[in-house]
Design a protein. Structure first.
Length: 555
């Protein structure tokens, strides 16, 4: 806990670790009504009073009303308080699409503890980093998901992190704390300030392990409220959470939180495959859902062989990676849904095509920002503004875009301009009518099915393999996933005979090595290419442009 390491209060220390908006900007955002005094806990309480018996969450045969969700959050907050979890404590939350995710999220909000929203696909490398960065006192997991046992991961992590006092498990807890034991009678809780940090999201990790993104109640709820208005959600809206609920896209754009803010119903899907998703759409009369482009292709191909009635679905949001205009054109004729393109980032800025935009705008652009106070700069490599319509680096600041990552002063000096603009790493241009058109990424990052993967992180692990002399990782265009991971490797000459006598087995050994190091499965290279040496630029750096060209030439 922070109090053990400093004489300052946890709030004071957190403010030092999380760069905040300058006073003049904060005053403006309050004055214009972007930032309001409501916290997440207060928002749920308000909705439970307004929509008590309406269904908030659907998961398989379980249906939680707003009143039940609010009660579960109160009870869990009391149970966590009894364990000793207090305001300011950081808690790693790694849960799949189940109702308990929301009970935990709102419970921690009411307690003043700070959830770190990990993805279900994260493994030892990532979770260990989050624990080191935050000194988290608790780790909340499902017993297992798919074939992966999170309890085994928790055991190994607990041995290495003294601060980690509590492992809380949804399901069979074994030696850990079962979440069912924490539903205690509600108790008095500390009041929260809407401008305090409420939780942490994760960056795409373009420079290695993801950085922690501090989000306040005020800035994040503004994004939620504005998204609800733009997407025209009402109490009759039914949102299918097909993507992981901890993703920024499916959490707040407008996502699950937006649906709850509107008084609608969130339907939780364990997998976005057409068999499950189409069945849920028909059964629950889903009106809106969100996908990444690779899943859109799968849904388009599956529609011809599926008989479910999907006529209730009014809006399909697509984001996480750029959607090709050819695929965009097919969505309405094949699936029957209206398309909305979404472009955004967990650090803040979110753009939407509007519901009344023309087909040309919806097919060919990624829309406009949420807020009139979202500021955008498009600059060249020297931070000079480019001419209208030219491609450049996207910089942004605004009422819901952070001013810095948690405990990352050196990285913040590079990722933010001196006047507070966030360097997104995206290459964009503006259409004459003002919409953003995404052209690519400037950062060394691969976008695989909406998951952002650091090339440098994978290279670091590959270079630790005893038989690898050099390594370079690049993205490969992929019809279904957007990009796949390709690793170019140079073998150590003295290890080839012993380690790589079988060409068919060498790739499997390298991939097994990466898995054994706890790398998330989506980061494991999809393709390995072995070269005598890696090409270099005139400056002596690895020439990744030449490597990508090699992929084009060799297919």
């Amino acid at each position: 806990m922070i109090e053990q390491n400093s004489q300052r209060s946890w709030k004071e220390t957190l403010c030092l670790d999380c760069p905040r908006w300058p006073q003049a900007y904060a005053d403006r955002y309050r004055r214009l009504g972007y930032w309001q005094s409501q916290t997440f806990g207060q928002m749920l309480l308000q909705q439970s009073r307004r929509y008590a018996q309406r269904t908030a969450l659907v998961s398989g045969d379980r249906r939680w009303s707003y009143e039940v969700l609010n009660q579960r959050a109160d009870q869990l907050a009391a149970g966590m308080k009894a364990l000793g979890i207090a305001a300011g404590d950081r808690v790693i939350v790694q849960l799949p699409n189940i109702p308990e995710f929301f009970a935990v999220f709102f419970a921690l909000s009411r307690l003043g503890a700070l959830p770190v929203l990990a993805l279900p696909a994260h493994r030892q490398t990532e979770i260990q980093s989050f624990l080191s960065q935050t000194e988290a006192v608790a780790y909340i997991i499902a017993d297992s998901d798919g074939r992966f046992d999170y309890r085994q991961l928790a055991r190994s992590l607990r041995l290495e992190h003294e601060a980690l006092e509590h492992i809380i498990v949804v399901g069979q807890a074994q030696e850990f704390v079962a979440i069912a034991q924490l539903y205690l009678p509600p108790t008095a809780l500390p009041e929260q300030n809407a401008e305090d940090v409420a939780f942490f999201q994760l960056s795409g990790g373009s420079t290695g392990i993801p950085k922690l993104i501090p989000r306040t109640h005020a800035d994040y709820l503004y994004s939620v409220r504005a998204s609800v208005e733009i997407c025209a959600l009402t109490p009759e809206s039914v949102y299918l959470a097909a993507l992981p609920v901890s993703h920024n896209f499916s959490l707040s754009s407008p996502g699950s939180l937006g649906t709850l803010y509107a008084g609608g119903t969130v339907v939780l899907s364990s997998h976005p495959n057409p068999d499950e998703a189409f069945t849920l759409i028909a059964r629950e009369q889903v009106t809106i859902t969100a996908l990444v482009p690779p899943l859109v292709l799968i849904w388009l191909e599956a529609r011809a062989t599926r008989s479910q009635d999907l006529s209730s679905l009014q809006l399909l949001q697509v984001g996480g990676a750029k959607l090709s205009s050819d695929i965009a054109r097919r969505i309405a004729p094949v699936l029957g849904f209206r398309l909305q393109q979404v472009f955004g980032m967990a650090e803040g800025l979110v753009c939407y095509t509007r519901l009344d935009d023309s087909e040309a705008v919806i097919w060919h652009t990624q829309g406009q920002p949420i807020s009139p106070d979202d500021e955008i700069r498009i600059v060249d490599d020297s931070d000079r503004l480019v001419s209208p319509g030219e491609v450049g680096h996207l910089l942004t600041r605004g009422p819901y875009t952070i001013r810095g990552y948690y405990r990352a002063p050196e990285h913040n000096a590079k990722a933010f301009t001196p006047d507070g603009f966030y360097r997104t790493g995206d290459l964009v241009r503006l259409a004459p009518s003002g919409q953003v058109i995404v052209e690519g990424r400037a950062k060394e990052q691969i976008n695989k099915a909406g998951e952002k993967i650091s090339c440098g992180e994978i290279e670091h692990h590959l270079l630790d393999y005893p038989a690898v002399y050099d390594a370079a990782v690049v993205g490969i265009p992929d019809l279904f996933l957007g990009e796949c991971v390709c690793a170019f490797l140079v073998a150590k000459s003295d290890r080839v005979e012993n380690d790589f006598t079988s060409a068919s087995g060498r790739d499997d050994r390298v991939k097994a090595f990466l898995r054994d190091r706890g790398l998330a499965h989506y980061k494991i290279p999809d393709r390995l290419e072995w070269l005598p040496s890696l090409p270099q630029t005139g400056a002596g750096k690895i020439d990744k442009k030449a490597l990508r060209a090699r992929l084009v030439d060799t297919g």
